[in-house]
Design a protein around this ligand. Structure first.
Ligand code: SF4
Length: 170
């Protein structure tokens, strides 16, 4: 099983590496050379080193707790039939955004990583807040790095190319 890496401040576009040679006050915060700051807060806030490699701090303004979950189903009967036809003829078919639309929005007390680990431990029935049908896509958004999972006849698989923003509107 390929595990999901926990996103850290290192991956975040809101991280600022202060590279000045001397301290400087910026937006009310005294910045020190070689320190890193979060700019998603009201004033730049110092990020301690551990958050760079382990996980974002509990005060991270982008983090969603609980995570948001969205389920994408077929946008029409025609889209569904086409998908099933392609699955039957080619054996394997990836979800294409233009055939999908959001069918459920809610929250889930699992991060993408925890969800993925449970998929391997317990199979597809993971106590999601709604029933997920075959070939639907589940997106779990922790606020930092949303991950999509596609339900296939063999269980969930990670779907890195699926972009929920390109799906049809409800
Ligand atoms: S605390 Fe959150 S928003 Fe700020 S840099 Fe880290 S991950 Fe990004």
């Amino acid at each position: 099983m390929k595990d999901i890496r926990i996103p850290t401040c290192m991956d975040c576009p809101c991280r600022l590496d202060y590279e000045g040679s001397i301290g400087q006050i910026r937006d009310g915060t005294r910045m020190k050379p070689f320190e890193r700051y979060c700019t998603a807060t009201k004033r730049p806030k110092l990020i301690r080193k551990g958050y760079m490699i382990r996980k974002p701090p509990s005060w991270c303004p982008k983090r969603k707790d609980p995570c948001e979950v969205r389920v994408f189903g077929f946008a029409s009967d025609e889209a569904e039939q086409m998908h099933y036809f392609r699955a039957a003829t080619s054996g394997k078919v990836s979800p294409q955004e233009h055939r999908y639309k959001p069918v459920f929005t809610g929250t889930i007390p699992l991060t993408p990583r925890e969800f993925w680990r449970r998929c391997h431990e317990y199979g597809a029935d993971l106590g999601l807040p709604t029933k997920v049908e075959l070939y639907q896509v589940v997106e779990i958004d922790d606020g930092l790095k949303p991950v999509c999972f596609y339900l296939t006849p063999n269980g969930y698989q990670m779907e890195t190319l699926f972009d929920p923003n390109k799906t049809k509107k409800e």
